[in-house]
Design a protein around this ligand. Structure first.
Ligand SMILES: Nc1ncnc2c1ncn2[C@@H]1O[C@H](COP(=O)(O)OP(=O)(O)OP(=O)(O)O)[C@@H](O)[C@H]1O
Length: 200
């Protein structure tokens, strides 16, 4: 399997008439985890979207080697299906090797008969992690992955991220919460001074 790489050079992002950030460089190799921090609305999700290729940069480039696994507040599971069936739909597409193990690891094995729409916020987040683990992507881009999780599940997720990186993966995490992960880097986004063009 090819080693993952995630590199952003001189990256700028504009949303509406606001330049959120500019001149940003990120270079992540196998084993690297990066915590994106900063106040609400500063551009953490926007940066993750650029890194994922879901949005086009205003300036600069993103180079990506390896498939991206994404977590945000949407579980991407059919709300009308029982959780087990909703997960199985993706397992077939993802070619999951050990779905039962991942279901147990995220502690949702007792919820497989419950329709996804009845799951709590934290239960839905756990289910989203089952799907992420099933996919074996080398690059994880996680937007507030600890939101809604209890303390025990948060420790589980921190462990999963650490294991993913020790195994040669890359992970970028936007989070307002501290992350207990050995060796994790930190990028604090702060307010970008408006360009003359913006102020005009
Ligand atoms: N599609 C869009 N069009 C215009 N502005 C947008 C769009 N999406 C986001 N924004 C704006 O871009 C700014 C950055 O949003 P973003 O979601 O990246 O921030 P964030 O740092 O992730 O915030 P939070 O900590 O609240 O999750 C915000 O002011 C937001 O309103």
């Amino acid at each position: 399997m090819q080693a993952p790489r995630l590199k952003a050079s001189d990256l700028a992002c504009r949303r509406g008439d606001r330049l959120l950030f500019a001149g940003l460089d990120i270079d992540l190799a196998p084993g690297n985890a990066l915590h994106l921090a900063g106040p609400n609305g500063i551009g953490k999700t926007s940066l993750l979207r650029l890194l994922a290729g879901l949005a086009r940069p205003y300036a600069g480039t993103v180079e990506r080697e390896g498939e991206v696994g994404w977590i945000d507040e949407h579980a991407a599971l059919d709300p009308d299906l029982p959780l087990g069936q909703a997960l199985r739909f993706w397992e077939r597409l993802d070619g999951s090797a050990a779905p039962e193990r991942n279901v147990r690891a995220m502690g949702v094995d007792h919820l497989l008969d419950v329709p996804v729409r009845f799951l709590s916020t934290g239960q839905r987040k756990r289910a989203a992690f089952v799907r992420l683990l099933n996919r074996h992507c080398r690059i994880w881009l996680l937007d507030e992955p600890l939101n809604g999780l209890d303390a025990h599940a948060a420790v589980t997720v921190e462990g999963l991220i650490a294991t993913h990186c020790v195994g040669g993966g890359i992970c970028v995490i936007a989070s307002h919460q501290p992350l207990a992960i050995d060796g994790i880097g930190r990028l604090e986004l702060d307010a970008h001074s408006p360009s003359p063009e913006e102020g005009a």
